[in-house]
Design a protein around this ligand. Structure first.
Ligand code: MG
Length: 239
């Protein structure tokens, strides 16, 4: 089969996140500092306790619905529980969200192979990016920072379309934008449920980049497994 298009996951595939959610506490602290400066009166302990309750509720809802409400919505609900009613477009809500995103960005680096691999693939294949992210504007800022935008024919971020991987819609939308059939496309990502099961269900080929020991790999069976992005170049020729 001839591969026409290669679609990528972003985090822990092309860009690397430091540790396991190491960014969360410092980002939330910066956000809280911003709120305090803006007149919100809640201790960090109270704020973070309510925030994580709201976040966990959002997580369990979105696992079912595969929707991706923007970060601002959960922030709004957190503030509401603390007795503050803001509008979603209030400058305080937007500013606090940006503050969280800016801190998060400090924990993101680029894989050493990303640019050279994308340069080699560009021209030979159509390229797409499909990322689950509740702060799309931060993803755009990261793509800008690392010079990645230029490589892609389509970029879909779950928070912009309110559908997240592994929902079939997000993959189908990307394939349509690229003008290729699912059987002509390969998805590359690090998460079995999001990046392998989802694309497989719409008929795409799949390549797992194994960033860590992955449980369940024997049952789910990606078409190929690679250890580094550089390995992708050789593997794609045999897809
Ligand atoms: Mg990922």
């Amino acid at each position: 089969m001839h591969v026409e298009a290669v679609l990528f996951d972003l985090f822990d595939t092309l860009l690397l996140l430091e540790g396991s959610e190491v960014y969360y506490q410092p980002s939330l602290m910066k956000l809280h500092e911003f709120l305090i400066k803006s007149g919100v009166n809640a201790s960090f302990e109270d704020f973070s306790r309510v925030y994580f309750e709201v976040r966990d509720r959002f997580y369990s809802e979105s696992r079912e619905s595969l929707e991706e409400p923007h970060f601002r919505v959960r922030l709004l609900q957190t503030l509401h529980s603390l007795g503050y009613d803001f509008d979603v477009s209030d400058p305080i809500v937007i500013g606090a969200t940006t503050t969280f995103g800016n801190e998060f960005m400090r924990y993101v680096t680029i894989d050493k192979d990303t640019i050279s691999v994308l340069q080699k693939l560009r021209g030979e294949y159509k390229l797409g990016l499909v990322s689950n992210a509740f702060m799309p504007e931060t993803v755009w800022a990261l793509l800008e920072k690392f010079g990645l935008k230029q490589f892609f024919d389509v970029i879909l971020i779950s928070g912009e379309i309110n559908r997240r991987k592994p929902s079939p819609e997000i993959f189908e939308k990307a394939l349509k934008a690229l003008g290729v059939k699912a059987s002509e496309a390969v998805f590359v990502g690090d998460m079995l449920d999001l990046d392998i099961v989802g694309p497989k269900n719409v008929g795409m080929k799949t390549i797992l980049i194994e960033r860590r020991r992955t449980e369940g790999i024997d049952e789910i069976k990606p078409d190929k497994v690679i250890k580094t992005l550089n390995d992708l170049l050789g593997v794609l020729a045999n897809c």
